[in-house]
Write a protein of this length. Structure first.
Length: 134
């Protein structure tokens, strides 16, 4: 299916090369979304979906490195929020209800530690609404 909506994928600054995997996931996912135009063939779209699944796998792997209790850790709550939101955006845009609900549950389990700001809470509410409409 062609993707008509815009998506913003976030990742941390990578000056010390500590977040190479997250940067790779961002590049892969943005490239995949660019391939999913109305003019793209089914083969190209299938390849793009495979690329998005690779990015999702990277994000899920990196999510396991998060130290929610240490704000100064390389992989802290701020990084976790970015990863969770990227996963939810990709999964909802692709209509992956089961995956999105699973990711949402993981995020909700960590909400106390993540301490979302107003904009993040609003984004989460919007994503939740999209998930339940899938």
């Amino acid at each position: 299916t062609p993707i008509s909506k815009k998506i913003s994928i976030t990742f941390p600054k990578n000056k010390k090369r500590e977040y190479d995997a997250l940067e790779k996931a961002k590049i892969t996912s943005v490239s995949a979304f660019r391939k999913m135009t109305k003019q793209a063939s089914m083969g190209r779209r299938d390849m793009a979906i495979e690329d998005l699944e690779k990015a999702e796998a990277i994000w899920n792997t990196e999510l396991e490195k998060i130290d929610y209790s240490d704000k100064k850790a390389t992989y802290n709550g701020t990084i976790a929020k970015s990863i969770f939101f990227n996963l939810l955006k990709v999964q909802t845009l692709l209509g992956q209800k089961d995956k999105a609900e699973e990711t949402l549950t993981k995020l909700q389990d960590k909400l106390v530690e993540l301490n979302l700001n107003y904009n993040e809470k609003k984004l989460l509410t919007d994503l939740e609404t999209r998930i339940y409409k899938l």
